[in-house]
Design a binder for this molecule. Structure first.
Ligand code: NAG
Length: 210
């Protein structure tokens, strides 16, 4: 093998494209897809793409649910793109609740850092309820796509760190899906069997119309 061939082989083996197999830091300016985002050029990637500092700070719980979710999903933390995981921090004030919701794209595992949290999920076919009050240090797993919730179960702020089995787990809060959009009250009542007063009340609270 002459020098030129060797140089070409070396360039192929150690070119920047070989790094693409190690990671794919998200190029967030492009469109996301179920497969993730396009990769930034490895030469533009720095250690800070693999570090997220936002989970060290309490979220603002002055809101309708008295709770905050601080996500470290791919949109906030481009280094997790393509790696099959992400994280978030939950802050739940004493009267707070992360209302019934699903993550269509991921299972979740929750670690209680402070306080107590009553958490539960509902299975999809049998509609079996699995609920438990968790204390500091406990871990609970919520299978992918299932409806679940977390409620503060003590008189102090609760903190939890959660991990997801996808960089972009998605978050759909059931009450927001029902009452925070323009789905007409008539169709909502017919499709949920909820009465008109309850539907109108929750649309008003959550900013829905129709
Ligand atoms: C928390 O959110 C509330 C409501 O939006 C706002 O009035 C308040 O200033 C925020 N607090 C902090 C510390 O950002």
């Amino acid at each position: 093998m002459n020098m030129l061939h060797f140089a070409v082989l070396f360039a192929l083996l150690f070119s920047s494209s070989s790094h693409a197999a190690d990671f794919c830091v998200a190029k967030l300016k492009g469109a996301g897809s179920p497969a993730g985002y396009a990769c930034r050029m490895p030469s533009k990637v720095t250690v800070d793409d693999f570090v997220f500092t936002g989970l060290g700070f309490a979220g603002n719980t002055t809101n309708i649910i008295s709770a905050a979710v601080t996500p470290a999903f791919v949109q906030q933390f481009p280094g997790v793109n393509g790696l099959g995981l992400s994280m978030a921090r939950l802050d739940i004030a004493p009267a707070g609740v992360i209302p019934m919701h699903t993550h269509p794209g991921a299972s979740e595992i929750l670690f209680v850092v402070q306080g107590k949290i009553t958490a539960g999920f509902i299975s999809s076919s049998a509609n079996t309820v699995y609920v438990k009050t968790l204390k500091k240090g406990d871990v609970m797993v919520f299978p992918r796509g299932l409806l679940h919730f977390q409620i503060n179960a003590a008189g102090i702020n609760a903190i939890a760190v959660v991990s997801f089995s996808d960089p972009d787990p998605g978050l759909q809060i059931t009450d927001f899906a029902f009452f925070a959009n323009d789905l007409s009250s008539e169709l909502l009542e017919k499709s949920t069997f909820l009465d008109d007063a309850q539907v109108k009340k929750l649309k008003k609270v959550l900013g829905g119309t129709g």
